[in-house]
Structures are given as C-alpha cells and as structure tokens.
Ligand binder design. Structure first.
Ligand SMILES: [Zn+2]
Length: 166
C-alpha cells in the first residue's frame, strides 16, 4: 500500500472516530447485540431495525479505540438499506480482508477497505471486526438467521446476546 493511500485511509478512520455516524441508542429496534473485545477494552452495542428482510435503520453506542469506533461507524453506514444476505456477504468479504486471508476482496469494499491495513496487526483485527460480529449476532437473533423460516423466539421481545470477536 502506498504512503498516500495509507494517509487517505487513516483520515477516513480518524474522521469516523471523531464524528461517528449513527452513534445513538434505538428504542424500537428489531434486535440488538453487544460486542466486546477485552484485549483492547472495546465495548459496543449494535441496534438494527428490519423492514421485512431489509435493514431500514442501524445504530451503535459504546466506547473503544479509534479503529473499533471508526469501524462500527463505517459498518452502520455500509449496511443501512441492505438485506440480511447482502450484509452477511459484506461481512464475509470484510473479514477476509482484515484478516489478510482474502485481500483480493478489498476492491469491492469501498470505504471499508480503509481497514485492510489492520491485517498486519493481529490484535487490531479484533478491533476492526468487533461491530461486524455484533451485527451478525443481532441478525441471527431476528428470524432465526438467514434462510430460516423464523426462529422459535418470541418476536415481541428482542433479546440481547453477547459476542466476543475471534
Ligand atoms: Zn480496539
């Protein structure tokens, strides 16, 4: 990665850390989940609202390092308006890029590829993927996960689940 690109990506991360998008709680969410990264002290909750299969609104709150906060902010911006399947697919590609397993997917990530550089820092991978793991957990909670005809859970009371990043 060139120094210029590094700088561009750094400025995206700094901007989202300073002015996180969708940084609020949500009272009428369809589901929410907590994400924790004890190694760094990052702790975030992600809320989402579903309109059928589509994510009509998403928000997050919590605290953590610049990488985890910026990643959560960019994640909320990226998934809004997408279907569950599209989000899971995006998460898979993002995860492949930040872990360094599938760097070839970086080009399809838009601003999210700003986090491609963390693949060089294994501890930072958890920071960058924390909010995504929480989003994934929240999606699984609602409707029994992708492809499922609806889980056995009561739809009226969204339960929180805890996830830790791998
Ligand atoms: Zn962190």
């Amino acid at each position: 990665m060139s120094a210029e690109l590094d700088e561009l990506y750094q400025s995206i991360i700094l901007d989202h850390n300073r002015r996180p998008r969708n940084f609020r709680t949500m009272d009428d969410a369809s589901a929410h989940a907590d994400g924790m990264n004890p190694l760094c002290g990052d702790q975030f909750t992600v809320w989402l609202k579903l309109d059928g299969d589509q994510i009509s609104d998403v928000s997050f709150q919590g605290s953590g390092c610049a990488i985890s906060k910026a990643s959560a902010s960019l994640m909320t911006a990226a998934v809004k308006g997408k279907t569950k399947a599209e989000v899971e697919q995006l998460f898979e590609r993002f995860h492949g890029v930040v872990t360094g397993k599938h760097p070839e997917h970086a080009e399809s990530l838009g601003s999210l590829k700003a986090f491609g550089g963390v693949s060089r820092f294994p501890l930072r991978v958890k920071c960058a993927s924390l909010a995504w793991h929480a989003m994934h957990a929240a999606l699984e909670q609602d409707g029994g996960g992708p492809g499922g005809p609806g889980g056995p859970g009561s739809p009226g009371s969204p339960a929180a689940s805890k996830v830790s990043t791998e």
